[in-house]
Design a protein around this ligand. Structure first.
Ligand SMILES: Cc1cc2nc3c(=O)[nH]c(=O)nc-3n(C[C@H](O)[C@H](O)[C@H](O)COP(=O)(O)O)c2cc1C
Length: 157
């Protein structure tokens, strides 16, 4: 099972969470490859068997600029190689933005639905209003995700 992880960030928090998740998932026995500012061709060349997206939100519910090119390519091409893969989403935001809270994660959620990616857990939403250590707060979710992925690998045909 090879998990491909990609992130979208403005100030670096989502990248830190993604890097922390990769370290923790690898420790749990999941093979990971992390991409930062990647293109679709590079992501597909890694032959992902599972996907984890970690993204913050900017503007009013928008994706960070560094994730927009990959998001646009994925939305335009909907590659069939990703259909049916297991996945997960960690969204970072700030609940003071009310209706657009974690809007970046929501956009990825809609994209994953279009791609046919099967989310193994409800997506995690990390609120900057409530935590200054999002990577630590994400740990229980990451551990559950690792367990779900390993179980999925064992039962998948
Ligand atoms: C200009 C700006 C716009 C933001 N817009 C939103 C938003 O619409 N919704 C939301 O939930 N959080 C919003 N946030 C909060 C960030 O998503 C949050 O602080 C996040 O932890 C930043 O992560 P990053 O360092 O990876 O970019 C915004 C932050 C800034 C500075």
């Amino acid at each position: 099972m090879k998990l491909v992880v990609f992130s979208g960030t403005v100030y670096g928090a989502a990248e830190e969470v993604a890097r922390h998740a990769v370290a923790r998932l690898q420790h749990a026995g999941v093979q990971c490859q992390y991409f930062n500012r990647t293109q679709l061709s590079e992501l597909l060349a890694a032959e992902p068997q599972a996907l984890l997206a970690v993204t913050s939100t900017t503007g009013l519910g928008e994706l960070p600029d560094d994730l927009v090119p990959l998001y646009s390519e994925l939305s335009a091409q909907l590659p069939t190689a990703l259909r049916g893969l297991p996945g997960g989403i960690i969204g970072l935001g700030d609940s003071s933005y009310d209706d657009s809270f974690c809007g970046g994660g929501e956009l990825i959620n809609e994209l994953f639905e279009e791609l046919g990616i099967v989310q193994l857990l409800p997506r995690l939403r990390l609120d900057a209003c409530e935590t200054v250590t999002p990577e630590t707060d994400a740990e229980p979710w990451i551990d559950q995700f690792a367990a779900a992925l390993l179980q999925y690998t064992n039962v998948a045909p």
